[in-house]
Design a protein around this ligand. Structure first.
Ligand code: CP
Ligand code: NVA
Length: 320
């Protein structure tokens, strides 16, 4: 049994198959005969899909529930006020009980270790739906969006991340390098990328002939970039440090001046939810912004994840 913990655990080829699978579901869903198409995919009919979410969510919840419904499964949202977890029951007992009754578990938790514990103790596949270290469903969706808009198979691209060293860029940087996109990351001084991610990113960059650079200068990172990306400066669970973090991020807002050094046809991406401190309205709502197409693609990323890790038991071989 395979779980989806991070893009880091997948081979380059497996990651590309996941993105292509998401693209396939989108094409069929949007252009095909949905009823006929869905009839062939009712692999979870009569079964349930658990969502153990200890943090709030809009996109991840809607996309995973929608994807479960597409395959005929009944999604079950188990928020922190709904089940005994954390109040009356341990993570271990909860995992044993929930996994004995469902087809798979989407889990949104605080600590990365909670995801690893779930994987160890669950009898069904775990799909990491965000922890403090990774956000793989977002990376699948983001690479689908980049593929659609800029075709990374045919064009040499540079992605610039201006912002926090967080869960989203950890998976996104690995994902980009796996498909051959150069990555430049600008964080404020004192906010540094995780060493494990940097080591892995450097290895993939060398193997795939890509550039991976770290800087504290947002203009340097953005220069000639085809994709400008940011995220909130204060992730869920870090609210206690908000005032200090916002001071640290002064000068890191993506605005028109910063965009002027990017490639003239740059696109702007953001996983959402968005706050004004990381990007101006002028950029966020501009013609360069693809944030709402990106958000919609979360549905197809979730479909691909269920299809491969649950329906296909983590076997990529017959999907090439
Ligand atoms: N991008 C993302 O994961 O959004 P939610 O937190 O709303 O699920
Ligand atoms: N980095 C953000 C992503 C939200 C989708 C967080 O963890 O809160």
């Amino acid at each position: 049994m395979r779980h989806l913990v991070s893009i880091k655990d997948l081979s380059d080829q497996e990651f590309k198959i996941l993105v292509d699978r998401a693209e396939y579901f989108k094409k069929m869903f949007k252009n095909g005969n949905i009823e006929e198409f869905q009839q062939q995919h009712l692999k979870l009919l009569g079964r349930t899909v658990a969502l153990i979410f200890t943090k709030r969510s809009t996109r991840t919840r809607i996309s995973t529930e929608g994807a479960a419904a597409f395959f005929g499964g009944q999604p079950m949202f188990l928020g922190k006020d709904d089940i005994q977890l954390g109040v009356n029951e341990s993570f271990y007992d909860t995992t044993k009980v929930v996994s004995s009754m469902v087809s798979c578990i989407f889990a949104r938790v605080n600590q990365h270790q909670d995801i690893l514990n779930l994987c160890k103790d669950s009898s069904v596949p775990i799909i990491n739906s965000l922890c403090d270290k990774y956000h793989p469903l977002q990376a699948i969706c983001d690479l689908l969006t980049i593929k659609e808009k800029l075709n990374y198979n045919q064009n040499k691209l540079k992605l610039a991340w201006i912002g926090d060293a967080n869960n989203v860029i950890n998976d996104m940087s690995i994902a980009c390098l796996k498909v051959g996109i150069d990555v430049a990351i600008a964080t404020p001084i004192g906010i540094e990328m995780d060493n494990e991610i940097v080591d892995e990113a450097k290895k993939i960059a060398i193997k795939n002939n890509c550039k991976f650079t770290l800087t504290h200068d947002s203009k340097e990172a953005s220069k000639d970039a085809h994709i400008l990306v940011t995220d909130t400066f204060v992730s869920m669970g870090e609210e206690f440090a908000k005032a200090a973090k916002l001071r640290q991020f002064k000068g890191f807002q993506i605005n028109s001046e910063l965009c002027s050094v990017a490639d003239p046809n740059y696109v702007f991406m953001h996983c959402l939810p968005r706050h004004h401190e990381e990007v101006t309205d002028e950029v966020f709502y501009s013609d360069h912004s693809i944030v709402f197409d990106e958000a919609e693609n979360r549905l197809y990323a979730a479909m691909a994840a269920i299809d491969i890790f649950v329906n296909n038991k983590g076997n990529f071989d017959n999907l090439v």
